[in-house]
Design a protein around this ligand. Sequence first.
Ligand code: VGL
Ligand code: ZN
Length: 215
Amino acid sequence: MPATIPIRHDDVLLVIDVQRGFCLGGALAIRDGDAVVPVINRVAQGFKHIIFTQDWHPAGHLSFASSHAGKQPYESVEVSYGAQTLWPDHCVQNTPCAEFHPELKIPQVELVLRKGFRREIDSYSAFMENDKRTPTGLAGYLRERGFKRLFLAGLAYDYCVRFSAVDAIGAGFSSYVIEDACRAVDLPGSVDETNGEFAETGVVRISGADLSFKH
Ligand code: VGL
Ligand code: ZN
């Protein structure tokens, strides 16, 4: 692991789900979630290419505990594609909960990729929905634009960042997670499992300070 990683012109910063719903006062507030914003604003200055993802659910989405009689948030249910963790209602399309954090100051975002918009399939990953067979189209977009290395930041480390970072490797990209630009939901075992999977698959954990760029 080099102490510094010079950012190249064909690198992409992939900012995952930095939305009101995952921050202080949000429906699925992640502890200290707002703290990612200044870190992301700073590292973003070094990237020419930036993509945002936006968790974007219809009302009554199958990932909502409220869609399953007798179930509570953070329990798990079996759905057509296997186990699905249940969440509080969050990031419903066209509601304030789904808006990006108001303090993100990143004018050069080139693509906003919405995900989780199919009522019957959740999508943690920016590449592949939770059924593991419905692609979002992001891999093709990145390939067509000639990008090679992805740097990931955002929420949540152990869910959407994790699945996106691992799928990036599967799609043939190099994948770096900027740890201090992420925060975790931190359900039992979820962070340890994430770190184990990153080590197995070749996702590299770095800190924002490892990136070198002029500014
Ligand atoms: C996320 C749970 C449900 C995330 C999204 O962005 O990590 N987690 N929806
Ligand atoms: Zn969601």
